[in-house]
Design a protein around this ligand. Structure first.
Ligand SMILES: C[S@@+](CC[C@H](N)C(=O)[O-])C[C@H]1O[C@@H](n2cnc3c(N)ncnc32)[C@H](O)[C@@H]1O
Ligand SMILES: Nc1nc2[nH]cc(C(=O)O)c2c(=O)[nH]1
Ligand code: SF4
Ligand SMILES: [Mg+2]
Length: 265
């Protein structure tokens, strides 16, 4: 798997270096983006686009700290020195190198990519025939949501330790008007998360809903127990079918089944 190299240029100041500006949305075009990693091509392992060849652009920085986050290297400020400040052109160079110049889906993930301004990257990529998806928790809206092909909103269940601010979530939905498709993906660790997901589905009846079992082992150096992962999927399928709940699709994290918790895949 090819990884993006951090640019060799001296580290340029980025907006979050300015005191008081950390985690505020970066709205100005032309600012550096904090990028934790760029990798691919791989397959999208989760949700609506599962199996689709994809290059991932993972933004550094998140306004949440989910108890079970599998991408802490893009969240925890302990890792911020490893986040490369990159211009849109530098990101684009990496994406085109990884994709061999062939248009495919670029997934913006993180961290929370909605902290930063990806509008210029999306405009550049779309002009060359690439498609864009974005994974975000729905806590920060961005005007560029409207330019995406797919917006994946992933509100966090009780086990995450966060409480969803539904007003902010609704703002994200409004910002996404014009986007190709908006889907909801919920991670389920336990019965409480499951009951919460059922309530969310009632609140958002018109959006396609994807459920995935939570992965409790997120250390990249620890092998994933595939039997246990299959049991968690089995448990979730039985819950959904046992309740005759036919709205959601239940999916595993395909990349975890194939590569475990390895990064950059
Ligand atoms: C790492 S997050 C980054 C994007 C954004 N911050 C978010 O949470 O939607 C990408 C996806 O991974 C999911 N995820 C994170 N940790 C997980 C875990 N331990 N098990 C299953 N899914 C997980 C999140 O819920 C989200 O849907
Ligand atoms: N293959 C693959 N699929 C993914 N779907 C969501 C991911 C993420 O971490 O955002 C992810 C990821 O890191 N790798
Ligand atoms: S919102 Fe996403 S990236 Fe942020 S801590 Fe939660 S799972 Fe991790
Ligand atoms: Mg992940």
């Amino acid at each position: 798997m090819i990884h993006s190299q951090a640019p060799t240029a001296t580290r340029a100041p980025i907006e979050a270096d300015v005191p008081g500006s950390a985690l505020k949305p970066m709205a100005r075009a032309g600012t550096m983006l904090r990028i934790a990693e760029i990798f691919g091509p791989t397959i999208q392992g989760e949700g609506a686009l599962i199996g689709e060849p994809t290059v991932f652009v993972r933004a550094g920085g998140c306004d949440y700290r989910c108890s079970w986050c599998d991408s802490l290297h893009a969240v925890d400020s302990r890792f911020r020195e490893s986040w490369a400040p990159m211009t849109t052109s530098q990101i684009w160079q990496d994406v085109t190198r990884l994709s061999g110049g062939q248009p495919l889906t670029i997934s913006l993930s993180g961290g929370n990519p909605a902290i930063q301004n990806f509008a210029p990257l999306i405009a550049k990529g779309k002009a060359e025939g690439y498609r864009f998806a974005c994974e975000t928790q729905g806590s920060i809206r961005q005007p560029w949501f409207a330019d995406l092909d797919t917006l994946v909103l992933s509100p966090k269940p009780p086990s995450s330790g966060h409480r969803v601010d539904w007003q902010k979530f609704d703002h994200c939905l409004s910002a996404a008007k014009g986007c190709g498709q908006v889907v909801v993906k919920i991670v389920i660790f336990d019965d409480r998360d499951y009951d919460w997901a059922r309530a969310v589905a009632k609140r958002l009846p018109d959006l396609p809903l994807y459920l995935q079992p939570g992965n409790p082992e997120v250390d990249p150096d620890v092998a994933v127990d595939l039997v246990a992962a299959t049991e968690r999927l089995h448990w979730l399928i039985e819950k959904v079918t046992g309740d005759l709940w036919f709205a959601p699709r239940v999916l595993p994290q395909l990349h975890v089944l194939v590569w475990g918790n390895k990064r950059g895949v």
